[in-house]
Design a protein around this ligand. Structure first.
Ligand SMILES: Nc1nc2c(ncn2[C@@H]2O[C@H](COP(=O)(O)OP(=O)(O)OP(=O)(O)O)[C@@H](O)[C@H]2O)c(=O)[nH]1
Ligand SMILES: [Mg+2]
Length: 391
């Protein structure tokens, strides 16, 4: 079964029971929040906004169309209709294929040409050609060598002579490589603490905002990026939009102190999932890593076992650079899952293979655009098919 939001969150049995009939599922297709210049605000005191607004219960798989309209309000309903229109073109898979269009055009186009000439697995030139194609899609030298080595071996063993069988083999090997661990997000703790890390501009804050729309239960956000101007306000906007309270201090405050306040607030308020946003850039990389390590230590001290998930956003357009970043974050703060963003803006979607193979951390979510509906749980098979499948 393809991965969907339904089977993405790992929760306790009780929590599942509680919300069985009243799933608060986010709107899939809303516009991105405009990043207007935020008003000057006095953020001197740590602040926790009010209780989250109880969202209307909307069954993901679908109430009647008019019920949805009623529940969502006209603007959201119109967007939902637009989304429904998209379903005709293949729903998420269609969106994924469109998001991966540039990667597909470069990879699939070339692969089609190569595979069309494939006669048997002993043709060394053929394998060299496949290597070139994969490397140009940012699969990377190491991962390409491994993938092509495995493919060649199996194609020889099975005496494969048809392009169709070969493509199927490619997809299944890519799928295996992309499956680096459990994709589900563990939110079975109360509160569950999710630490979001990644270099600046990779999509941490917007991904938090999108993810809250899908999270079951009560979410809380912590504005742990106290470095960048407007970072706090950006998160507060997502808080307003999703109804999740935002814990913040003033700009320049200690990020670990914000995290501390937030964990206390989450424990006190019966929050299910606390998501901590962090800075993507400080004066130096060393400073950044030291700050993240401190945030993590403080959270751990307050709540043993937390943070339960450390999610790293990697911007797919940065290619091999993203791979280096992933290694760095993994080594210093430990990463439980990767969110690969901006796949829509690159022809180098092959980076997913390099990340899964060389970092050994599962990709849990991918993003193919700026809308809420562009974020989706990662499915290795689906991704491999979208990347290597026939045009
Ligand atoms: N096209 C596209 N844009 C995206 C995607 N994900 C995020 N973005 C955009 O990337 C920009 C940066 O996203 P942020 O969430 O602010 O990134 P950040 O990691 O929080 O950055 P800092 O706060 O500077 O550390 C925003 O304009 C997002 O809308 C995606 O999948 N596709
Ligand atoms: Mg940010």
């Amino acid at each position: 079964m393809a991965r969907s939001w339904r089977n993405f969150f790992r929760r306790t049995k009780e929590a599942e029971e509680e919300t069985k009939n009243e799933r608060a599922v986010g709107v899939e297709d809303e516009e991105v929040i405009e990043e207007e210049e935020p008003p000057e605000r006095d953020l001197a005191e740590p602040e926790v906004t009010e209780e989250p607004v109880q969202e209307e219960a909307v069954e993901e798989s679908l109430p009647e169309p008019d019920e949805v309209e009623e529940a969502l309000g006209p603007a959201a309903a119109a967007e939902r209709q637009e989304a429904a229109g998209e379903e005709e073109f293949g729903g998420w898979f269609g969106r994924l294929r469109r998001g991966l269009q540039r990667s597909r055009e470069s990879v699939v186009g070339q692969l089609n040409a190569a595979v069309a000439e494939f006669r048997d697995a002993e043709d060394e030139e053929f394998w060299e050609r496949v290597e070139e194609i994969l490397i140009s899609s940012d699969v990377g030298v190491t991962t390409t060598a491994k993938l092509v080595g495995e493919l060649e071996r199996e194609a020889l063993e099975k005496n494969i002579t048809s392009g169709k069988e070969l493509r199927e083999l490619m997809i299944s090997h890519a799928e295996k490589m992309l499956s680096a661990g459990p994709v589900e997000l563990d939110i079975s703790h109360k509160p569950t603490v999710v630490l979001m890390v990644g270099v600046n501009g990779t999509g941490k804050t917007t991904t938090i905002g999108k993810l809250v729309e899908y999270l079951p239960g009560k979410a809380m956000l912590a504005a742990g990026d106290t470095f960048r101007a407007a970072a706090i306000e950006q998160l507060q906007k997502w808080g307003e939009r999703t109804g999740a309270p935002v814990v913040a201090r003033e700009r320049g405050a200690d990020a670990a102190a914000v995290a501390h306040d937030a964990v206390e607030a989450a424990k006190r308020d019966g929050t299910d999932v606390l998501m901590i946003d962090t800075a993507g850039r400080l004066h130096t990389k060393v400073n950044l890593m030291a700050e993240l390590e401190k945030v993590k230590r403080v959270v751990e001290r307050q709540l043993p076992g937390a943070p339960h998930e450390v999610l790293l956003t990697v911007d797919a357009t940065t290619g091999q650079n993203g791979l280096r970043q992933a290694k760095m974050f993994k080594d210093s703060v430990g990463v439980t899952g990767i969110i690969l963003t901006k796949l829509d803006g690159t022809a180098k979607g092959g980076i997913a293979l390099a990340i899964a193979n060389e970092i050994g951390v599962p990709i849990k979510l991918i993003s193919v655009g700026e809308k809420v509906g562009d974020l989706h749980p990662f499915d290795a098979r689906e991704f491999a098919e979208a990347l290597f499948g026939d045009l």
